[in-house]
Design a protein around this ligand. Structure first.
Ligand code: ZN
Length: 298
């Protein structure tokens, strides 16, 4: 379990979401066998998506955060529901790079900067609301800050962090997104910037003191008021039906071919470690089902 706290501060000109997500990132690491660099890249993306999801007001709404910078790690993707429960994957989870000269994991080089950060909000309407911005550093927090400024015209500051332990498990993970409402007075903005500049390292606070201390430091002297606390977890919504639909979409010929050796097929979900088994007879049924759907469409 993890937690998101949402609060306001600075005479309500500041909105903030803070996430503690160690267990979520550790779960992702186990599902995808992530390298340390991939743990950091996917972990930061999971934390960001979780907070973006938690900010949605519509029930059943979801948000997808996709980062594709052309780096060796490939696409990093996370999907969150409106509570902040989240799931995700990275295209090449074994990618690992040497540490940077300051001793930090080199997420920027793994993700790359030749591409986009895309936020897609599905509010249950016909079309999702999609915005994107060019990647600035591939470090994800900076890229998300740029996204808010360019695509949503919102002054924002983001911090995201994943601390990997010596045994490669996740020691701490979390983040914050601060948004400024239009017309925020200069002294409030200056105070906030100063707090963020002088705060301790995010993962150190989460590891040693916890989520409350992040609020205390980021919103120091800004009279924070907590609005809501939500429990969050790594949660996948896959089902046998969804996997069946995906199999049907590969086409009748491919399904018949899969059924030919009589061994059936084992398909795993791309977001979690669940495996779905289909016997050859079931594969042939799906092949027939596809013919029926096509006949109905014609
Ligand atoms: Zn799944």
């Amino acid at each position: 379990m993890g937690e998101i706290i949402r609060a306001v501060a600075g005479n309500d000109f500041i909105k903030i979401a803070i996430a503690e997500a160690r267990d979520i990132v550790e779960r992702a690491r186990q599902i995808h066998s992530l390298s340390p660099t991939s743990s950091a890249a996917l972990g930061r993306t999971l934390c960001a998506a979780s907070m973006l999801g938690n900010m949605l007001k519509e029930e059943d709404a979801s948000v997808t955060l996709r980062i594709n910078g052309g780096g060796p790690i490939g696409t990093v993707m996370a999907v969150a529901d409106f509570c902040g429960n989240v799931r995700g994957y990275v295209e090449r989870p074994q990618t690992d790079l040497p540490l940077r000269s300051d001793g930090k994991l080199n997420v920027g080089a793994a993700v790359g900067t030749d591409g986009l950060l895309t936020v897609s909000r599905d509010l249950g309407l016909r079309e999702p609301y999609v915005g994107s911005t060019r990647l600035v550093s591939g470090e994800i927090a900076e890229d998300l800050t740029a996204y808010f400024a360019e695509s949503e015209q919102v002054g924002a500051a983001c911090g995201l962090g994943v601390l990997v332990d010596t045994d490669l498990s996740i020691k701490a993970a979390g983040g914050f997104i601060v948004q400024l409402l239009p017309g925020a007075p200069e002294e409030i903005i200056a105070r906030l910037e100063n707090n963020i500049f002088y705060m301790d390292q995010l993962t150190t606070i989460l590891d040693e003191d916890g989520i409350e201390t992040v609020i205390e430091q980021v919103l120091k002297d800004l009279s924070p008021r907590i609005l809501e606390r939500s429990k969050i977890s790594y949660k996948c919504y896959c089902s046998r039906q969804r996997v069946s639909d995906a199999l049907v979409s590969i086409g009748k010929d491919a399904l018949v071919e899969m059924a030919q050796d009589g061994k059936g097929a084992k398909t795993s979900c791309q977001f979690c470690d669940l495996e779905y088994n289909f016997t050859s007879a079931e594969l042939l049924e799906l092949a027939e089902a596809q013919c029926e759907t096509r006949a109905l469409e014609e």
